[in-house]
Write a new protein. Sequence first.
Length: 199
Amino acid sequence: MPVTGVIIAAGRSSRMAPDHKLIMDIQGKTLIQRSLDSLLPFCEKIIIVTGTNHQEIAKAVSSVINVQLIKNPNPNEGMFSSVKVGLSHAIGTPVLFLPGDCPFTPPDLIERMLKESADIVAASYKGKIGNPILLSEKAVKEILEDETFLNLKQVLKTKTVVAVNASSEVILWDIDTHSDLHRARVYFEKMESSPENDV
């Protein structure tokens, strides 16, 4: 069955101000391009949920086909509001969910996740849940209909989650600060100069 990717890119990246982190360069590509690249081989369509920086994101991904940008009309309501906006445009297929600042997913990990038949499958490292997260059609429907959920972390705590183990802690990383950005640049420089390396 086709899989829809949902990437959340609606945050203000306040800790990187005045820069907007999702359009900052990481070894020749923007951060949002890096996150998009990690899902593209596995998704028939990818939905990117934007916020106040809609135009910058649109420009950064304009050359990529099968990408739909949806603007969250209320991004200040928090990340979970953007999650629900994205899921509401992906009804009818399983969803591979990824925050826009988490571009580190190894392809073989997603391949293993897609072989699972559970309603919620998550990348994991040493018992800690990371990204991406795979949601079945049923799980998507439940998240959208159950108004008691306040965030995605609460969903994961109250539902059965099948964890697929990653070989590296990178699936726990995100990019919130300039220090995180430097770490990402070092990571991708090493990955792309020595593709056989398992960083």
